[in-house]
Structures are given as structure tokens and as C-alpha cells.
Design a protein around this ligand. Sequence first.
Ligand code: SF4
Length: 388
Amino acid sequence: MTETPPRGHSYFGFEQGPIRPPNEAHSLLLRVTRNCPWNRCTFCPVYKGARYSKRSVDHVKKDIDSVYRCVEILQGIADEHDGSPIAQVRNATDNLEPGEWAVFDSAFRWFRAGMSSIFLQDADSLTVRPSELIEILKHIRTRFPFVNRVTSYSRSSTLARIDEEDLKAIREAGLDRVHVGLESGSDNVLKMAKKGATKAIHVSAGLKAKRVGLELSEYVMPGLGGVRLSEEHALETADALNQINPDFIRLRQLAIPIVAPLSKDLMEGRFERCTDVMVAGELLTLIENLKGITSVVKSDHILNLFSEVEGTLPEDKERMLEPLRAFLSMKPEKQRLYQIGRRIGVFSTLRDMKDTQKMKRVREIYKSYGVTAESIDHIVSELMKRYI
Ligand code: SF4
């Protein structure tokens, strides 16, 4: 759970929220709002118990200015010392107050990563009044004109509500991409997961984002339908994506941490979790049914069983299906070995099973865990909790 600073108009210093998309690891994180305005998705533990609030434009601009000042210092040191500022930074930061460390630390990481992208936090920056978001974006672009990409999470329901002209103005002010949690195209799954959006809302929001020129990254959650809705989840999600044709489709397999409301449904028998083998079948159905689109599929989350299910549609479709078919045709014990190897971080693709050293290690751990056909799903779900 993220901390919510005291309410009121005072500035409490540079703030950052708890999460960002995996591909924004090198981005500067700027907090525009705190927590999630919806906060009801049953699979999501991130902001539960924390209240949503907007930060004032002035406070966000102060954060931007603080980073700007740090970058100026770092750039000055780098220019003086042949681009290698680390030792000199230590000297320059000796006198920083404790409250100034957070911003310096972020600025330093960003500086070292090349300062090419910025991600606006937290869960839905587009809930900020358009004129205010535009002011923030313009300030970012003035301070950091060299940045290639400014991105944010947004909910489909928010995008669907925003006036298209306002969204266009936000795009023109410098927002390049939105990351949207589509999760599923099935209305039954969306309702069960309390996503607060329907398939129609997802499609209309996605198309609007694309019309105004925003890059669109849609997150899909294999496994979210559970056993009962698995096939419908795959087919309806493929259909929604086929209608939207987003720039990116990002896969993130369901995991159920104890603080997520879905955990209670699981324990009380209202939700039956798919096994990894079922999720592989679901992914196969999903990808087989992606048709007529040109999206890039990414599997960049550690929770995914297959990191190699990535590529550009339509040309890489068959290549993406290969590991899924290969896994599904394996003997059950070999499937279990791969699952354990992947979940303990030794394997990242099926090809890793050909590495005798890795395979030896996995076999030892497999044996030490006492993995059987009966225990594999429980062991996998426990191992996955380490990544949430
Ligand atoms: S909208 Fe996003 S952040 Fe908010 S509860 Fe749902 S998944 Fe979590």
C-alpha cells in the first residue's frame, strides 16, 4: 500500500508512487495524482486502503523544477569530468538534506539512463482537468525538451469520457502514449473482476486514443477469467483487440496476492484459478484469434510463463504460437520442470531447457520441493507471489 501524504495545500516535497509499467524502468517517474480513482479491481492489490487525490499543478511543477536543478548539477559535473560524474556527484551531494535525497536519487538514475522518457503516475493521470494536465506537460517539455516520450496510465472509462478535442490538446501538449489496463474483452470477466469498463468502453476509448495520435499500450491479463470463463476471456479479448488494433499488446498473467479481493473469492470457492497449462492454452486461443491487426505483442512481465511470446503481428504470429504449442504437447513432468524453472528465475524461455547446467539446477530444486502432479499448482502460485 502506498502512503498518502497529509491533505491540504502545503508542498511535502518530491513524490513518487509505487508502480510503473515494466518498460518504464528507466523513465523519470513524476507523480501527478495519488493512488487510484477507481480502486475496485478484484485482482489488484496496489492501492487498496489508500485514498485517491490530485496533486496541485504548482506542486507537480515544483517536482519538475527540482529534478531540473539536479540534472543541471549532474550535467555540469559530467561536462567537467569527461562524462563520468559518479565520484564527483558523491562530493556534490555531501551536504544534501534528507528530504532532498529522493529527488536527487531519481534524477541521478534518470540521468544515468539517458533521460529519454518520463512516466506520469499514479493509476490514471487523465483524471486531471485537461487544462491542468496540459500545463504540466508544457512545463515538462520546456524543462526537458530532449525527452523522446512522455507516457501515463489511464483507465478506459476515463479516456472514453474525455472530450476528444481535449484529448487531442493533451496529445499536442506532449503526452505520447497511454498504458491502459484492458485486462479482458469479455463483459462477464470485466464484471466479475470489477474493472469498471465494458468491452464497448474499452473499444471506444482505445479508438479515441488512436484517433488523436496517442500511442496505445493495452494490458491483457491471461488467467483472469478463471477456469469457467477462460475460453470466453481469450476469444472476446482477441475480438476487442482486433477492433482496436493498439500499438502494443502487453501480457501480464494473473497472480493473486493475499491483499487482492480476488484472493477471498479464491478461498471461498467463487473463483477457480487456471493452472499454467490452462493459461498456455488460453494464450494460444488468444493469439490464434488476433486477426487483421499490426500490434506489437510484448511479454515483458516476470509473471508470464513465456517471455518469448513476443513479436509484431501479423508476421510473427506463427513464431509466437510455437512455444505455446511446444509446451502444450510436452509430457506433464516436463511441463512441470519448465514451470518450476521459470518461476524460480532459472528459465526464461523453453529453449533454456536445452541448457544442461540450468536443467540440472532445476531438477535439483524440483526434487527438493517435492513437486508432484498434485502439488505443482500450489507451488507455482506461492512462487509467483514473490514477484507481486
Ligand atoms: S484501475 Fe488499475 S490501479 Fe485501479 S484498481 Fe484497477 S487495476 Fe488497480
